[in-house]
Design a protein around this ligand. Structure first.
Ligand SMILES: [Fe+2]
Length: 240
């Protein structure tokens, strides 16, 4: 399986703080049969490192892979980022080199949880105008989407991709994300489920609980499509 959204790159955001933790995260992923992780550090946040594309970050991705290989963990790490879309989005896309998902045309994007719904529509259209396809990280966590699920339907209809968080489906991220996420899953408003893991002890990259939950409560949901086939098409830059 493939984890398309994971804060495993150490020391660059609020995810893994050091290489030892990243190695534990990789081992947990491998134990749940994840063979590929796209490392997606937060990008363009106000208070953390910017994490635009750079030789330093290229070296950090390579160092992580080297350490994982040395530990003998069968996990491949690909570069990515989770880009915060805020009022500078046009300028950002015009001027900053960004890590798309594994170098594809797909860009993982997030918003502030209390973002204005009109701004979200405009910002996603701006991404699309820049010849990138937005993959909306955890739509079920945004307050306006929880209030107006129709927003996510519209994004789906426009050809944007929806990535649900495993933690929302498991109830680890609050009641409203749980209700909204499970509703989306039920209705097929989901292209990918990813871990959005930040640590090895909580919000982990393991898919084990998720697989049990899907098996028991969502037998009609094609888990293989959401955890393997669709993410593979994204990292291989195929059309979904
Ligand atoms: Fe994230």
């Amino acid at each position: 399986m493939i984890d398309l959204h994971c804060h495993i790159l150490p020391g660059v955001d609020d995810g893994s703080a050091q290489m030892e933790i990243s190695l534990d995260m990789a081992a947990l992923a491998a134990a749940s049969e994840i063979g590929t992780i796209v490392a997606t550090p937060h990008c363009n946040t106000r208070d953390q490192r910017k994490n635009y594309r750079s030789p330093e970050l290229d070296a950090a991705f390579a160092a992580l892979q080297q350490a994982i290989d040395r530990a003998g963990t069968p996990v491949k790490v690909l570069p990515g980022s989770e880009v915060l879309l805020r009022n500078d989005v046009g300028l950002l896309l015009d001027t900053q080199p960004l890590y798309t998902l594994a170098g594809s045309r797909y860009l993982l994007v997030e918003f502030y949880f209390d973002e204005d719904p009109r701004f979200m529509d405009e910002a996603l259209a701006t991404v699309r105008r820049h010849s990138l396809i937005p993959v909306v990280a955890h739509p079920e966590r945004y307050f306006c989407v929880q209030d107006m699920p129709r927003m996510a339907e519209r994004w789906y209809e426009r050809g944007y991709l929806l990535q649900l968080n495993k933690g929302s489906i498991l109830g680890d991220l609050g009641e409203r994300a749980y209700d909204t996420g499970r509703d989306f899953l039920q209705r097929g408003l989901c292209h990918v489920i990813a871990s959005d893991a930040h640590h090895a002890a909580w919000r982990t990259p393991s898919f084990l609980r998720l697989l049990d939950e899907l098996d028991y409560f969502f037998p009609q949901v094609p888990a293989e499509l959401l955890l393997e086939r669709n993410p593979r098409r994204i990292i291989e830059n195929c059309i979904l």
